[in-house]
Write a protein that binds this ligand. Structure first.
Ligand code: FES
Length: 202
């Protein structure tokens, strides 16, 4: 996972929200603090493995639902409620990935990827799950899995469709655009999904 991968529309992760997402069979959480910054972490508390996506955001920290360990924006544990006087060792930290936002999408990467993507601000359209492998989905969009984003002319505007692999036979699309009729673009992508999924079932 060396490149930047679009994993959600930023619009769908408002301040104070956690969202579970599976990227290439890895369970991750996206959360956004009150400062508006989106974070992408492994969806696992370092204490006993609880899903952090079930936790809650308070200010710019994510709190685990189970025993309330609190993790700051830098992913280090700030507070252990059962030991309020403890100075938490800096080695206790969630597993964080690099995260950024561009073109209305949240992007993630393992450390060491190239510079994050630069895109103009785009109007979010829809995120769609398709029960088909990316190798089937991307050619139908006119692209290939070698592309992070597929650019489609659409009804006088332009659609930018990012994607990520959920697992071998499931793909998530994240569409945004410029000069775009959101309802028409949404209907177009839903029809494409229906065709792909019916084709897979045939
Ligand atoms: S499992 Fe998260 S605080 Fe215990």
């Amino acid at each position: 996972m060396a490149d930047w991968i679009p994993i959600a529309l930023g619009r769908d992760i408002p301040d104070g929200v956690t969202r579970a997402v599976i990227v290439d069979s890895r369970e991750l959480v996206i959360w956004r603090g009150s400062d508006g910054v989106a974070h992408v972490w492994e969806d696992r508390c370092p204490h006993r493995g609880m899903r952090l996506s079930l936790g809650f955001v308070r200010g710019n920290a994510l709190n685990c639902l189970y025993h309330g360990w609190e993790y700051g924006a830098a992913a280090n544990c700030l507070r252990i409620p059962a030991h309020p006087d403890l100075t938490v060792p800096p080695t206790i930290r969630a597993n964080a990935f690099a995260a950024t936002e561009a073109g209305g999408m949240v992007w993630m990467s393992d450390a060491g990827a190239d510079a994050p993507p630069h895109l103009p601000e785009l109007t979010p359209v829809i995120s769609l799950a398709i029960e088909a492998a990316p190798e089937r989905v991307l050619p139908v969009l006119g692209g290939s899995t070698a592309q992070t984003l597929v650019t489609l002319p659409f009804a006088g505007g332009t659609l930018q469709v990012g994607w990520h692999r959920v697992h071998a036979t499931k793909t998530m699309l994240h569409a945004a655009g410029t000069n775009i009729d959101i309802a028409a673009a949404t209907a177009h992508l839903r029809a494409l999904r229906q065709n792909l999924e019916q084709g897979a079932a045939a």
